[in-house]
Design a protein. Structure first.
Ligand code: ATP
Ligand code: PRP
Ligand code: NIO
Length: 495
C-alpha cells in the first residue's frame, strides 16, 4: 500500500493549507506580471534535531500528494473572494481568482527519498518553476516535511536504543491534535517502530496495529484475575495483561494463574505490560516469576513516558523488557517539538532569459545565510556504503575536474575528493513540469531504507551524547561564489 493519500482526509481540497502571505505574494507577482518567472527554492534545516548527529527525511509522500492535488476549488475561491482588506474592499479581485481557478502545478521537483539520512543545509526538496507556484507551496511543504522528519528521527533514535526489541507507538491520545497524531504514526513507523495503536493510521497507511488493554478493563471487573480471564476469553491467542493496576508483582501472579488456565485450553499468554514503578526491578522480578512458573516465552511490555535515554538506562540496569510502548515522548517530539526547516529562494531566471541570477538571504550568522544555486547533494561513500562526506554543488554550473569540499563555516577546513571516489546523488526527479515522474516507494520500503541508512552511519554520528558532526561542505567554486555574493550584497562598513 502506498503511504499517501493525505488529501482524502480533507476532501475536497488542501489548497488553502498555507499562510495568507503566500496568497498575497501570489497576487502581487501576478499583478507585476512576474508569475511565470522561473525560480528555484530549497527546503532544508540548519541543525539536526535532539542535538543529534543526523535526521531521517520524511513527509515526501504527503508533499507529493499535496502537489498533485493542488487545485483551488469553488469553495476555496469563494472563501478567498470574501476576504476583505483593512479598508473594507476585496483583498483579491475576481480576475486573480479566475487565474487561481485555472492554476495547475507545473514545477519540476527533485527530492531526497524518504528514509534517507540527511544533515544540516542539505535540500530535502528542490522546487523549480514559475515563481508564483514555487512560492505558493512553501508553507504546505514545510508543515508536511518538518514534522514528519522530526518524528521519523525521534523514532530512529528510539529504534537505536531498543536494538532488536519490538517498539510500539502508543501516542495518539497525547498527540498534537488528530492530524498530528496521524502524521506522527506514519513518521514513527517510517523511522523504525514496529506497529502503532492508532487504528486510523493503520487503515490509511497500512501500518500494523497492535495493543494491550487499559487499566479501566481491570477496574471494570470484580478482581484482576477475573479481568484477565475475560480478556483471554475474547483474545485467547493475542492477550497481553496490564499487571500494575493494584500491585505489579501480585498482578504478575494473577497473570500466571490465568496463563495456566489458558494453557490447559491449548492457548498461550502473549505477554504482560508494566506501566509504572521501577521498570528495571519489576521487569527482572516479573521475568523470574514467569520463568519459574514455566512461561519463559511470555513477553514483557513496558510503557510509562519512555524515550531513547530511558530505554538505554533501563537496558544498562539489566531490565528484562522485550517490547517498548512509547507514546508522548515520541509523537510530540517532547524534547524538541519543532524542526526548524526553511524554504529559501536560491535562483531566479534573468528577465531576458539569458541565464540565472543566484539569490542569497544574508544573516548576521554565517550558518543562517542561505546557499545560492540550483543545488544537488552528492554523498561520497566508502566501498561498503558508509557515508564519508556530502558535497553541495551548483548543478547549473560545470563542475571543475578536481573537486574540493569546503566547510561553509570555515573555509580553511577542506577535503579534496579522489576522482574515483564512489558517490550517489541524493536529489532525484519527482515532478517534471507538474507531472509525477517517479514511482514512490511503499511506506514499508521507505522504512527498510531508513533502517539501512541509519545503520550505515558511523556510531560516532548516531550516538545521543555529543555526536560527531558529519561533514557537509560546499564544492569549492560554489563556496567562493557564495562568499563573493555575500560581499556584494552586504553593505560595507565605514570607519
Ligand atoms: N529503573 C528506572 N530507571 C530510570 N527511570 C525509570 C526506571 N523505572 C521507571 N522509570 C521512569 O521514571 C519515570 C517515573 O516513573 P514512576 O513510576 O514514578 O511513574 P509514575 O507514572 O509516577 O508512576 P505511578 O503511576 O505509580 O504514579 C517514568 O518516565 C518511568 O519510565
Ligand atoms: O506514557 P506514554 O509514553 O505517553 O505511553 C502511553 C500511555 O498511555 C496510557 O496511559 P493512560 O494513563 O492514558 O491510560 P491507561 O489507563 O490505559 O494506562 C498507557 O498506559 C501509557 O502509559
Ligand atoms: O495498547 C496499549 O497498551 C496502549 C494503547 C494506547 C496507549 N497506551 C497503551
Amino acid at each position: 500500500m502506498n503511504s499517501a493519500p493525505l488529501s482524502g482526509l480533507y476532501a475536497p481540497s488542501l489548497s488553502l493549507l498555507t499562510d495568507l502571505y503566500q496568497v498575497t505574494m501570489a497576487y502581487g507577482y501576478w499583478q507585476q506580471g512576474l508569475q511565470d518567472r522561473e525560480a528555484v527554492f530549497h527546503l532544508y534545516f540548519r541543525r539536526p534535531p535532539f542535538q543529534g548527529g543526523y535526521a531521517v527525511a520524511a513527509g515526501l509522500a504527503h508533499a507529493v500528494d499535496f502537489l498533485q492535488n493542488l487545485r483551488f476549488s469553488e469553495d476555496d475561491l469563494a472563501y478567498l473572494g470574501g476576504l476583505q482588506s483593512s479598508k473594507g474592499g476585496v483583498m483579491f479581485p475576481q480576475e486573480f481568482l479566475e487565474y487561481l481557478r485555472e492554476l495547475r502545478f507545473n514545477c519540476d521537483v527533485d527530492a531526497i527519498a524518504e528514509g534517507t539520512a540527511v544533515f544540516a543545509n542539505e535540500p530535502l526538496i528542490r522546487v523549480q518553476g514559475p515563481l508564483l507556484q514555487a512560492q505558493l507551496v512553501e508553507t504546505a511543504l514545510l508543515t508536511l516535511v518538518n514534522f514528519q522528519t522530526l518524528i521519523a528521527t525521534k523514532a530512529a533514535r528510539i529504534r537505536e536504543a531498543a536494538g532488536s526489541d519490538t517498539v510500539l507507538e502508543f501516542g495518539l491520545r497525547r498527540a498534537q491534535g488528530f492530524d498530528g497524531g496521524l502524521s506522527a504514526s506514519r513518521a514513527a513507523y517510517l523511522g523504525g517502530v514496529d506497529a502503532t495503536s492508532n487504528v486510523l493510521a493503520g487503515q490509511r497507511f497500512g501500518i500494523p496495529v497492535k495493543g494491550t488493554h487499559a487499566h479501566s478493563w481491570v477496574m471494570a471487573f470484580e478482581n484482576e484475575e477475573e479481568a484477565f480471564a475475560a480478556y483471554a476469553k475474547a483474545f485467547p491467542d493475542d492477550s497481553v495483561f496490564l499487571v500494575d493496576t493494584y500491585d505489579t508483582l501480585e498482578g504478575v501472579r494473577h497473570a500466571i494463574s490465568v496463563a495456566r488456565q489458558m494453557r490447559a485450553q491449548g492457548h498461550e499468554l502473549g505477554g504482560i505490560r508494566l506501566d509504572s514503578g521501577d521498570l528495571a526491578y519489576l521487569s527482572r522480578e516479573a521475568r523470574a516469576l514467569l520463568n519459574e512458573a514455566g512461561f519463559p516465552n511470555v513477553r514483557i511490555v513496558a510503557s510509562n513516558d519512555l524515550e531513547e535515554n530511558l530505554i538505554t538506562s533501563l537496558k544498562l540496569q539489566g531490565a528484562r523488557i522485550d517490547t517498548w510502548g512509547i507514546g508522548t515522548q515520541l509523537v510530540t517530539a517532547y524534547d524538541q517539538p519543532a524542526l526548524g526547516g526553511v524554504y529559501k529562494l536560491a535562483a531566479l531566471r534573468k528577465p531576458d532569459d539569458s541565464g540565472w541570477d543566484f539569490t542569497i538571504k544574508l544573516s548576521e550568522q554565517l550558518a543562517k545565510t542561505s546557499i545560492p544555486g540550483i543545488l544537488q547533494v552528492r554523498r561520497y561513500e566508502t566501498e561498503n556504503g558508509q557515508p564519508r562526506a556530502d558535497m553541495l554543488y551548483n548543478a547549473a554550473e560545470p563542475l571543475p575536474d578536481h573537486l574540493t569540499i569546503v566547510d561553509p563555516l570555515d573555509a580553511t577546513r577542506r577535503r579534496s575528493v579522489r576522482p574515483e571516489a564512489p558517490y550517489r546523488e541524493l536529489l532525484k526527479p519527482v515532478f517534471r513540469r507538474g507531472k509525477l515522474v517517479h514511482e514512490l516507494p511503499t511506506l514499508a520500503e521507505s522504512r527498510a531504507h531508513a533502517q539501512r541508512e541509519v545503520q550505515s552511519l558511523d556510531p560516532s554520528i548516531r550516538r545521543f551524547l555529543n555526536p560527531h558532526t558529519y561533514p557537509v561542505g560546499l564544492e569549492e567554486s560554489l563556496n567562493t561564489f557564495r562568499t563573493n555574493l555575500i560581499l556584494e550584497k552586504r553593505p560595507q562598513q565605514k570607519t
